[in-house]
Each structure stands twice: as C-alpha cells, then as structure tokens.
Ligand binder design. Structure first.
Ligand SMILES: O=C(O)CCC(=O)C(=O)O
Ligand SMILES: [Fe+2]
Length: 350
C-alpha cells in the first residue's frame, strides 16, 4: 500500500537519535544538548516590528489576507476557525498527561527506527550534531495501540481527544487549503483529490504532539532546530507559552510568534511552496525553550494522497521552478537532504 509510512521505512533513524533525554533527571544542560547560539539568538520582538498576521476566517477578505500572508511570511494565525475551545483544552490536557509520565513508561511506546508513530526525539535530529531540548509523540489515525500500552484500562479519554481533534483539524485544514488554492487561481477541477469522491485515495494527516520541558539553560539550548515543514500545510496549536519563531528575512531575522488564546498557526509547507511555483513562502521556523514553563504544542501536518503528483502552477510568465513529485518522493528527498531538499527537485533552465 502506498503511504507516507513507506518513506519512513526506507529511511530508518539510528536509535541514539530516537530516545530523548530523561529531562526530569538533569539539573544542568549536558554537552550533548549545548548549542552555540549566541550569535543568532537575540531575536526581534514583533511589538517593535511587523508581526505574523492574524486572520479572522469569517472576514470577507480572508482569501486576500491569507494570500498576502503566505507570500510575505509563509505563516499566519487564524481566529474564528470553528474548532471548539473545549476540544483544544482537552487536547492540551491529554498531551500533558502523556508527557508527564515517567521516562521509562514513555519509552514503552518509543518509535521504531523505521516507524512513523510513537514517542521520540524530533525527526530532524539526525541532521544536527547537538540534540534538541524536545520530546514528541506522533499519531496517525487512532493512537489506541500505543495508548493501551501506556494506560491498559484507561486510554479512552486520550484516544477520544486525539481522534476528535484529528477529525476537526482535517476539515479546517482542507478549508484553508481550498482558500489558498483559490487565491492562486486553481480550480476545484485542478485539485480534485482535496475533496475525494470515489476513485481517489484519502489525503493523509499526521498529528505531532511536541513537548519542551523546562530548561536549566535556555540560551544555549534548542527546542526544535530551524526547518520547514514537508507538508502541504501545517496547523499548529501552541497553547499559551511562547517559543515559536519564524525567520522573516535577513534584515528582520527570527521573529517570535506569540500565542493568541485559542488561535491556530497556519504554516505553509514545502509542497504548497512547490504548487504555488515559489509564490508562497515555505516558512523557516524553529522553537526556543524557557526556564520556567513546560511548553507544549500540537502540529497537524496535512499532505495529499501518496499517488498524487504535485506540480507547480504555471503561467506564461513563470516557467515551473520545480519538477513534479509525490509527497512520498519529497519525503525521501527530505530524509536525505533535509533543508536542501527543494534544490534537488528544482528544474534546471537553460
Ligand atoms: O512547537 C512549535 O511551536 C513548533 C513545532 C513545529 O515546528 C513542528 O512540529 O514542526
Ligand atoms: Fe515545524
């Protein structure tokens, strides 16, 4: 069966890049987690500068606003998105319950080297020689298999929250993707797979629970190293602790994206950048950590069905920048070349 899991099977990760530190048992930042960050650390506060736009999805000009934000930042926050607040609260509570478990229990559900779901370090860990102050848990569909190992008699709440949230966030993500495609001039006929009827496989979604424990020396630690998402679009719920930063450009540098109560961050992924033929920015972002709060965030990565070819939108003035790829092909390129993956699918013009 063609699924993105195949890409993970073909690109196994060594176990020392999977098992996270037992953060509860360290008082001092270990050398393995100490980054040389002093030069790039001071980042600009958006209070002094333009910040990542906030878009009310019920606003009559939401389409134009989303297009502009995608062109300028590759990122925006949405409010009035329709996801019930109680669901976000339950999602956060269940995520916290998971990460509050002792390390030896979390290790019962550690990701396998060639697997996609379960507990572990950031998937990008093997591209860096220092480790991140991070632990994560990846879910595709029902998490019941792992949850029943963690809580043999009591996993219904965790599974219920994760499954209910995936249903809601999938619909919302598709709604925002449709809006962005429309803003690019793509028709429903061009992207039939987005609302699959018979004959199309379903789009794929991955839910990623992220945890950044309190850190004894946050200025020399990295929560999640700079990366772009390999998805078409990512939606992120970042609860109420700051930590997400987006790279504006060389003048602005890293800009914090402060959480707004119950808002969701929308992040243009590499595939959307390809479809837009470079018009939408694939946001380079990272997460920093802090000394006093355990920060959680929940990301939903959305991508097309594996057999769908993603190709750049072209017009007469703009020849295609990239060759066409499936999500799986792209994930394979990313697993080898990481942040340079797009260069490998660039078309060479003579
Ligand atoms: O925790 C955050 O704010 C960022 C998470 C993220 O970038 C990711 O999961 O890909
Ligand atoms: Fe990300």
């Amino acid at each position: 069966m063609a699924s993105i899991s195949e890409s993970f099977k073909n690109n196994p990760i060594p176990r020392n890049h999977i098992v996270p530190l037992d953060f509860n048992n360290v008082l001092k930042l270990p050398d393995s987690h100490t980054w040389s960050l002093s030069a790039d650390y001071p980042s600009i506060d958006p209070l002094d500068h333009e910040a990542v736009p906030i878009i009310d999805l019920t606003h009559p000009h939401a389409l134009t606003l989303a297009r502009k934000a995608s062109e300028n930042w590759g990122m925006f926050q949405v409010i009035n998105h329709g996801i019930p607040i109680h669901l976000l609260q339950e999602l956060e509570l269940q995520t916290r319950t998971l990460f509050d478990l002792p390390a030896n229990q979390k290790l019962q559900v550690v990701r396998s080297p060639d697997g996609i779901t379960g507990y572990g370090q950031a998937r990008i860990a093997n591209f860096f020689n220092k480790q991140m102050w991070y632990e994560g848990f990846t879910i595709m569909g029902s998490p019941v298999q792992q949850a029943s190992q963690l809580w043999p008699h009591d996993h219904a709440k965790f599974c219920g929250a994760m499954e209910d949230f995936q249903k809601e966030i999938k619909q919302l993500t598709e709604r925002i993707i449709a809006l962005m495609f429309k803003s690019l001039g793509l028709t429903q006929e061009d992207v039939k797979w987005l609302r699959p009827k018979s004959g199309y496989k379903h789009p794929q979604g991955v839910l990623q629970l992220n945890s950044y424990p309190m850190c004894p020396n946050p200025n020399q630690a990295m929560g999640l190293a700079p990366h772009t998402d390999s998805s078409l679009l990512t939606l992120l719920y970042q609860s109420n602790i700051s930590g997400l930063q987006v790279f504006g450009d060389d003048d602005i540098g890293w800009v914090p994206v402060h959480p707004l109560p119950h808002a969701l961050v929308v992040n243009v992924g590499d595939l959307m950048h390809i479809i837009s033929n470079g018009r939408f920015k694939n946001a380079l972002h990272r997460a920093v950590v802090n000394q006093t709060h355990h920060r959680l965030s929940i990301a939903y990565f959305y991508g097309p069905p594996t057999d769908i070819m993603i190709s750049p939108l072209v017009d007469f003035d703009h020849p295609p920048l990239y060759r066409q790829v499936t999500w799986k092909d792209y994930l394979d390129a990313k697993a080898t070349h990481f942040n340079e993956a797009l260069d490998f699918i660039k078309r060479k013009h003579t």
